[in-house]
Design a protein around this ligand. Sequence first.
Ligand SMILES: [Zn+2]
Length: 485
Amino acid sequence: MPESVSETRLLDNLWDEAEAGRLAPQPLELLRYRSNLLGADLRITNFGGGNTSSKFTLPDPLTGDPVRVLAVKGSGGDLRSIAASGFAILALDKLEALIARYRGEAHEDEMVAFYPLCAFGDNRVAASIDTPLHAFLPFDHVDHLHPDWAIAIAASANGRRALDEFNARYGRRIAWLPWQRPGFELALMLRRAVDAQPDCDGIVLGSHGLFTWGTTQAECYRNSIRTIDQMGQLVGERARRRGGASFGGAAVRAPRQADEVVAAILPHLRGAVSSNRRVVAHVERGEEALRFANSAWAADLCALGTSCPDHFLRTRISPLFVPWNPDADDGAALRRRIDDRIAAYRRDYVAYYEGFATPGSPPLRDSNPSVVVIPSIGVVGFGKDKREARITTEFFVNAIHVMDGATALEDESSAEAPGGSRRPEQAAQFASFHNYVALPRAEAFRIEYWALEEAKLQRTAAEKEFSRKLTGRARRRRRPECGGG
Ligand SMILES: [Zn+2]
């Protein structure tokens, strides 16, 4: 790949040829290096989100015969901090053999039980549900990432058209694949998409994220950051063209509330969302959070819900918006409204659960919101401890970036169909607002209450003794190592 096409304007190319050369004899170490570089920038992928893989040959530990393997980020790992020991290593011929065992989409969950049987040697790292997505893409090095700029295109009603514009502008060949939940069916769809367009150099997966690849580790890295960088350029340009009025402009013009005002509201809010189980709060009051919270479209966008499946388990299907204009209402009025709105949220959430639950569904976890948006105060996230509350809040800031980008991409084609760029049989289920498309509630429920995800939650460590209680000395860590694929 000529150097000129790997230039980036927004992202730094961190690839160090000397370091890569030193690691080259150990492909797993080079994959770890590539993954750490990608995970180091939150604009490239969110906390714990996305996964990377390489295909290479290792000697069978028993016979010494060469075996083609797939090394892919293990379930629950984080790209920034992953070590070589965090990758699941599987025999590619065994993974390929699974295709013959596949009974169709209705049975795709049963395939997950086969992944450990494909392990290479004594590798016991749990393979994530994204494993077949990497296995069946016919490229030696594959990155699957969740960049806010790419999800903005993926979550746009006119996403396919925006991607056409992107390809024409930058001379790229990124293909569009309509939404399909993560799983074995998606893996086969990805392979078919490449079969249909063998010269494509990436795939945007509707309402989800990005796949990019390369024939070498360095080429894969450059393709990923270049693609994300160019998508950032496109979204940024559209946002500038729109002017400063993101989210329909400000509806509440009151200044950011003083710390004392927030401190007076927070215990009430925390108490209200702790009706089922006690939670700890984290408040985000930065410029982006307040611009969204104060905007004319905040109520509608909050009601629509989040778009990326990676966000659900943290932010739930939708945040709660509590309208408040501090110029007109006092704190007592806000407290009353918090109570009313949270009670209504709980009723709606129970109806959502009961509407979609089947006899095999995991039990309802908590009907309270995990994110509350209040004008002039900001975005408040909740969790069992300070760390989880902060991560939840940061995930919703990711969602704000996605909504900002998708609404910036709005044009005359956006209104053609809310489910535009989706599969025809699904299109009617997708709702949109100013070009931003949320996942249908049925799909969201499938992910939020996926039996296999529930099993993973059950396996996680027991809560610490002082979990859900305020200790006044919650440690602040820059970067967690949490999340799924
Ligand atoms: Zn993903």
